[in-house]
Design a protein around this ligand. Structure first.
Ligand SMILES: *Cc1c(COP(=O)(O)O)cnc(C)c1O
Length: 326
């Protein structure tokens, strides 16, 4: 894998894993009988839903903040659709440093409250992820904070990559990994580690049709802007950054297929997770299950692993979705 345009090595991923030990959950990998039957192959779910903040983002945030704290940094800031902000707040508190979190007014209230409850300074600004980003940059310029990006950062990507290591250790013959795809920190991290360990593993990224910035950028051959639209997969919203430095190149090199899903399909994924797997998952985390249910994952020999990326869905919304689908 030495030809890969990665800003870190597999050794960095193993170092990240040591840094995360005791701070972040080594999450369960559980077999799904109902999905195996539909896929006609063994299917396993990697449950990032059990992380203390309810999503995998705690891995990347903890890795980045541990490195920064080691360099003497005492204040960090981020702009986030929710789960990254929550992760930064949690990691900052655990490491004894200060966190500020900038978010747009589109972020669901449950996520805003969760960040505030973790003791972070919450800054609500504008109507898009880009507005929140500008405010975070202002805090860096004017108030001396260190910025922690949600995905386009080698330390963050290396943290998410520990998921790939855990999967391949538990299931060395995993043939296909299905990963939610937004800014690509999760995807490129998991894909980098998985392909470094097992080069012939197939890496499938799944996004929603409504505002799939990475898919549009891959199609254009460079980072492009897309309209930010409301979607059940709200944690997959937002752009990849026109000045993207790492995740676009890594995703382009490591991805074998991209699947885009409509809202009804994402809802079916949430409902299946609840009824058949007894899991509460958010829309962004349901996309892998939905892609399997819709037979959108190309058939290959060997086990399929679906990364279930987070649990942070508004409970009233979850109840409505489950009660509307029979
Ligand atoms: C952030 C997030 C994703 C997407 O991760 P990227 O690194 O931005 O691609 C997927 N699922 C959940 C629950 C998330 O919070």
């Amino acid at each position: 894998m030495s030809s890969l345009a990665s800003p870190f090595s597999l050794a960095d991923v193993y170092r990240a894993r040591q840094r995360l030990a005791g701070r972040v959950a080594h999450t369960p990998l559980v077999a799904s009988a109902s999905l195996a039957e539909r896929a006609d192959a063994p299917v396993y779910l990697k449950l990032e839903t059990v992380q203390p903040t309810g999503s995998f983002k705690l891995r990347g945030a903890t890795n980045a903040l541990a490195e920064l704290a080691g360099q003497g940094v005492t204040r960090v800031v981020t702009a986030s659709t929710g789960n990254h902000g929550r992760a930064v707040a949690h990691a900052a508190r655990a490491l004894g440093i200060e966190a500020a979190v900038c978010m747009s007014s589109l972020v669901p209230e449950n996520k805003v409250l969760a960040v505030a409850a973790l003791g972070a300074r919450v800054v609500i600004t504008g109507k898009s992820q880009d507005d929140a980003q500008l405010e975070a940059q202002r805090l860096v310029r004017e108030e001396g904070y260190a910025f922690v990006p949600p995905f386009d950062d080698p330390r963050v990507i290396a943290g998410q990559a520990t998921i790939g290591v855990e999967i391949l250790e538990a299931l060395p013959d995993a043939a296909t990994l299905v990963v939610p795809l937004s800014g690509g920190g999760l995807f490129s991290g998991v894909a980098f580690a998985a392909k470094a360990i097992r080069p012939d593993v197939a890496m499938i990224g799944v996004s929603m049709e409504r505002g799939a910035a990475m898919h549009a950028s891959l199609a254009a051959g460079e980072p492009v802007l897309v309209d930010e639209l409301e979607t059940l997969a709200d944690s997959l919203g937002g752009g990849i950054g026109l000045d993207n430095r790492h995740t676009f190149a890594m995703t382009r090199e490591l991805i074998d297929d991209v699947v885009l899903l409509d809202e009804a399909s994402i809802a079916r994924g949430i409902v299946h997770a609840y009824r058949e797997e007894r899991l509460v998952v958010e829309g962004a985390a349901a996309v892998g299950i939905a892609a399997l249910l819709d037979s959108r994952i190309a058939r290959r020999d060997g086990p399929i692993v679906v990364v279930i990326s987070g649990a942070n869905i508004d409970i009233a919304l979850h109840q409505r979705i489950v009660s509307e689908h029979h």
